[in-house]
Design a protein around this ligand. Structure first.
Ligand SMILES: C[S@@+](CC[C@H](N)C(=O)[O-])C[C@H]1O[C@@H](n2cnc3c(N)ncnc32)[C@H](O)[C@@H]1O
Length: 299
């Protein structure tokens, strides 16, 4: 409504009603002005340029208890999903790979890739570059790798960088055979930007693989899962990590992540080729869709 019209209307109305009408007109009066671009942070809507620091705070806060909480909140199931994820990719089968594990956190996927290549194919040349926006998570990962045979070898390295804008001088075009991202892409402010970067750094013929929480298809199972995650996970966050808010965010961010076909579309929009839009095609559901593996190829 135009301000002049609001004023005319106001004169004709009783005082309280008048105030309410004029207050109600404020958003549309402002709507012509471009506001800050917004995005979701869990169930909250926040300005886009704030999300990164909010996500960083979450992972700063959970870094030291992350592995323990992961085990507790998923009852250890995240380990099975990660095992399935890596064994599906069969790193090392066709010779050593150059891999990048983005949002790699404490190195769960990197360790599995290296172990798989070594144990199944006696491959000690596959390399993984773990990339994460959060130095604290990387520090935990580095500490953990110190206890492994990969420490101080060219097989593993840790890099602080944003998935949405990997520095091109460090992460050059057409470089990697395998790009993995596990439980990380939903935290990115712009998923399309992260996918664009994945496409850029992969070699032609390289594989993109994403493990992420997704959409449960069975309504009854979905209800039980919602009950569990919205009550138990924040409660465990309070008890085990002294941090309810971060775990509440993690649960909420899962619900805001696009369902399987929508995410598959985003992957194709970035230039990748995928299988058909069915379970077993572009994606593979794990545990009824609680988690999901999306794979795609840069042709
Ligand atoms: C839930 S953890 C997953 C860690 C690991 N991939 C795993 O599966 O255990 C999510 C990780 O994403 C990282 N992250 C969030 N936003 C990111 C971004 N824009 N770029 C890179 N890493 C990001 C966080 O710092 C955190 O370490």
């Amino acid at each position: 409504m135009q301000p002049a019209r609001c004023l005319r209307l106001a004169r004709a109305l009783p005082r309280v009603h008048r105030l309410a009408r004029c207050i109600n007109t404020q958003p549309s009066d402002n709507s012509s002005k471009p506001g800050p671009r917004t995005t979701s942070f869990g169930f909250r809507t926040v300005p886009e340029d704030e999300k990164e620091s909010l996500v960083k705070n979450v992972f700063d806060s959970v870094a030291s208890s992350y592995d323990l909480m992961n085990d507790a909140s998923s009852l250890g199931v995240h380990r099975l999903w990660k095992d399935t994820f890596v064994s599906t990719l069969r790193p090392g089968r066709k010779g050593p790979l150059r891999c990048i594990d983005v949002a790699g956190g404490t190195g769960d996927i990197a360790l599995r890739i290296l172990d798989h290549a070594r144990e199944k194919y006696a491959d000690r040349e596959t390399t993984v570059e773990v990339v994460d926006i959060n130095g604290q998570m990387l520090k935990e990962g580095f500490r953990r790798f110190k206890k492994t045979m990969y420490h101080n070898t060219p097989q593993i390295s840790f890099h602080e960088a944003n998935a949405q804008e990997l520095p091109p001088s460090q992460f050059t075009d057409n470089t990697y055979d395998l790009y993995t991202i596990a439980f990380g892409i939903r935290n990115c402010t712009s998923i399309p930007d992260a996918l664009k970067e994945a496409y850029r750094v992969l070699k032609p013929g390289g594989t993109f693989a994403c493990l992420e929480f997704s959409r449960v298809n069975n309504p009854l199972f979905s209800l039980a899962y919602d009950q569990y995650s919205f009550t138990m996970i924040p409660l465990m966050g309070t008890i085990l990590a002294g941090d309810r808010a971060s775990y509440q965010y993690l649960v909420e961010s899962i619900r805001k992540f696009p369902p399987q076909p929508e995410f598959a579309n985003m992957i194709r929009d970035a230039g990748f080729t995928t299988g058909k839009d069915v379970d077993g095609g572009a994606w593979t559901d794990l545990w009824g869709g609680i988690a999901c593996i999306h794979t795609a190829v840069k042709v």
